[in-house]
Structures are given as structure tokens and as C-alpha cells.
Ligand binder design. Structure first.
Ligand code: NAP
Ligand code: ZN
Ligand code: ZN
Length: 350
């Protein structure tokens, strides 16, 4: 298969800084869209992957799955997009399209495994997939999203992961006007969860370790902030929430949050992947029919629905634009929770 060489930024090993490198992209097939990347958001998953936190990273690794760009070429069978159009690509670039999950527009739960935008398997080239920290990407048109024209293109980028990852559980658990939602952690996912839950008409509480984020959280739309390290504040919200979206990226005690769920309430883990420590105590779950669940990004149709909702409600991410060359420093700041509230790379800097 024919390929072109494209400039990118990636990690050569788990303990290496990200640096400029060349990668290969396939040339467009009949169903492909070629996109010149304008902006790429920086997700905590990028850092987990670059540093092999989850195991399984194939190097070199080029992260980035919050991509907004302009269409530069389309394959002969592509009807939905034209050259020059502003489009988005999120965490998925392929799936089998035929299994039960795919048929239900749940490509993220494809029974044969979806193809991630990075660290997936490039089905034409047999290499790992390379993400959005690069000049260009080539994606099957089914996995390309339309970006509402009224929104700021850089602020849209984080919607493609942080937005859909929080939108999907809000919709799945039926959040509507009057629902009581709480969000754990005010980072990229957390700030989008607040904006989207608010947009759906819910009342929203933020759980944060960081006292300094209270004012910002309220500006973002939170009705209340609870400092999770303060037992008195935690007690004051016992039995209160219908849905809690927990975005914390590292192992932490989930039990105190379960206690703040109402009868039939659900806590959805979206941040941390792995065994819980301490373990879950079943008593409050049994005594109040409470659930602890998990959720992975969202399907393509659902992502488009979220983007259209954001277009209608004028919702974008609060971002700090960085140059590609500042990515290593951005990762260090992200670990310290020093981001308001998403870094977005201006790809022109590459
Ligand atoms: P982020 O911007 O770094 O935000 C995480 C927030 O969690 C921080 O701002 C902080 O908020 C809180 N936090 C951080 N470390 C903590 C600790 N040790 N204990 C307690 N709280 C802590 O990260 P993100 O990009 O939103 O991503 C969050 C997680 O979701 C990552 O692990 C990422 O890989 C994962 N993710 C999952 C999916 C999915 O499909 N399920 C999709 C995208 C990302 P406060 O300062 O307010 O406490
Ligand atoms: Zn992500
Ligand atoms: Zn499938």
C-alpha cells in the first residue's frame, strides 16, 4: 500500500520525552478522508499511553485523539465530506461494523475490538496507529465527525474525547432537567461533565481535592463544590446524587462517594482503569440498590449528537493553547492538575 511521510511528535520509549519524528500515513482509499490537523487536545490518556501506564504501548507512540482539522482529500466513495470542510476525529478510527455492538452504534464496545486512533492496529499497514500529534491523518469516513460552524475550532477539539466520555454516561443514565449529578475531579473530563450536565438541565456538584478550584467550578456551571478531603463536607451530601461521574485517573477510595448516592443511584468510573483499592464495600450498595459502573468514550452517532448539542448550546472546552514543542512540560503540569482545563496543541507550531 502506498504511504506518505508525515511530521509528528511522539515517544520512542516509556521513559523518553516526546520528540519530533516522521511517520507513515496510508494514502486515501475509496472510503477515506485525509485531514490536515489544526488542533489536537491533550488527554490524560495520551500521557498514560506515552508512559505505558496501562502496559501494551507500542513504540514509537504518537498520541492525540481530540483532533480538529480541515479535509484535504476524499476517496471516491466518500459522499458526506468535501475538501475544505472542518471536521473532527476522536478516539476511534475503525471497528468491525458488523457485530452486535457496532450495529447498535456502540463502536467503542466492538466485540472484536475497536481500532484506537493511536496505539491501535493500522489495518492496511499492519503498524500501530498514530494519533493527532501530527500534520495529517487519514480516517475512514464513518469515523469522521462534522464540527458545528458556530463553535471555536480549538475549543471543539477536547469535545472529541473529554466531551463524549462524559456525555455518554449522562445520556445512558437518563440525566435530564432536575437530575442531581456530581462530578469527581475538575480536569479535562470533569469540566466537560459539568458543562454538559448543566446543559441537560441537571443540578451539578463538584467533588475536588483542590480548594482553589471552587470559583472556577462555579463559573463553569457547578451549583456546589464539596472538598472531598473534608469529612464534614462529605457528610453534608450523603444520599444526594442520582449519578456521579468519577474522572480521577489514579487509584483512589470510591466508597465515600457511594455514600453520597441516592437510592438507585449510580457511580460511573471513567477515569481509573484497574483494581479498586480499598475494595468496594457492598453494604451501602445492597442497602440502597446503588450501583458502581464504568463507561468508555462513546459511539460515533452519539459523538455527533454531542457535537450538535454543543453547537446548539454554545458549549466548548476551556482551553490553554500550547505549541507542540511544549508537550513534555504540559504532561508534567497535567500530573500536578495544573491545567485550566484542557491543553490544546496548535498544530501549526509543528
Ligand atoms: P485530568 O485533566 O488530569 O483531570 C483529572 C482530575 O482528577 C484532576 O484535575 C484532579 O481534580 C483529579 N485528580 C488527579 N489526580 C488525582 C488523585 N491522585 N486523586 C484524586 N483526584 C485526582 O485528566 P482527564 O484528561 O480529565 O482524564 C481523566 C482520566 O480519564 C484519565 O485517567 C484518562 O485516561 C481517563 N479517560 C477515560 C476515558 C474513558 O473512555 N473512560 C476517556 C478519556 C479519558 P481535582 O484537582 O479537582 O481533585
Ligand atoms: Zn482521551
Ligand atoms: Zn464490531
Amino acid at each position: 500500500m502506498e504511504t506518505t511521510i508525515v511530521k509528528a511528535y511522539g515517544a520512542a520509549a516509556s521513559d523518553a520525552d516526546l520528540n519530533q519524528m516522521d511517520i507513515q500515513r496510508r494514502v486515501v482509499t475509496a472510503k477515506d478522508v485525509e485531514i490536515e490537523i489544526l488542533y489536537c487536545g491533550v488527554c490524560h490518556s495520551d500521557l498514560h499511553t506515552a508512559r505505558n501506564d496501562w502496559g501494551g504501548t507500542v513504540y514509537p507512540a504518537v498520541p492525540g485523539h481530540e483532533i480538529v482539522g480541515k479535509v484535504t482529500k476524499v476517496g471516491s466513495e466518500v459522499k458526506r465530506f468535501k475538501v475544505g470542510e472542518l471536521v473532527g476525529v476522536g478516539c476511534l478510527v475503525d471497528s468491525c461494523r458488523t457485530c452486535d455492538s457496532c450495529k447498535k452504534d456502540l463502536e467503542q464496545y466492538c466485540l472484536t475490538g475497536f481500532t484506537g486512533t493511536y496505539n491501535g492496529k493500522e489495518k492496511y499497514l499492519g503498524t500501530q496507529t498514530f494519533g493527532g500529534y501530527s500534520e495529517k491523518i487519514v480516517v475512514d469516513d464513518h469515523f469522521v465527525l462534522k464540527v458545528p460552524g458556530n463553535l471555536d475550532a480549538a475549543g471543539v477539539a477536547p469535545l472529541l474525547c473529554a466531551g463524549i466520555t462524559t456525555w455518554s454516561p449522562l445520556k445512558h443514565w437518563g440525566v435530564k432537567k432536575g437530575s442531581k449529578v456530581a462530578v469527581v475531579g475538575l480536569g479535562g473530563l470533569g469540566h466537560m461533565a459539568i458543562k454538559l450536565a448543566k446543559g441537560l438541565g441537571a443540578s451539578v456538584t463538584l467533588f475536588s481535592r483542590s480548594e482553589g478550584k471552587t470559583e472556577d467550578a462555579k463559573k463553569l456551571g457547578a451549583d456546589a463544590v464539596v472538598i472531598s478531603t473534608d469529612p464534614g463536607q462529605m457528610k453534608s451530601v450523603r444520599g444526594k446524587f442520582d449519578l456521579i461521574i468519577d474522572t480521577v485517573p489514579y487509584v483512589h477510595d470510591v466508597n465515600p462517594y457511594v455514600g453520597t448516592l441516592t437510592i438507585n443511584g449510580t457511580l460511573v468510573l471513567v477515569g481509573y482503569l484497574g483494581e479498586l483499592d480499598p475494595m468496594l464495600n457492598s453494604v451501602p450498595m445492597i442497602m440502597g440498590r446503588k450501583s458502581v459502573s464504568g463507561s468508555l468514550i462513546g459511539g460515533i452517532a452519539e459523538t455527533q449528537e454531542m457535537l450538535d448539542f454543543c453547537g446548539k448550546h454554545n458549549i466548548v472546552s476551556d482551553i490553554e493553547i500550547i505549541k507542540m514543542q511544549d508537550i513534555n512540560q504540559a504532561y508534567e503540569r497535567m500530573i500536578k492538575s495544573d491545567v485550566k482545563y484542557r491543553f490544546v496543541i496548535d498544530m501549526a507550531s509543528l
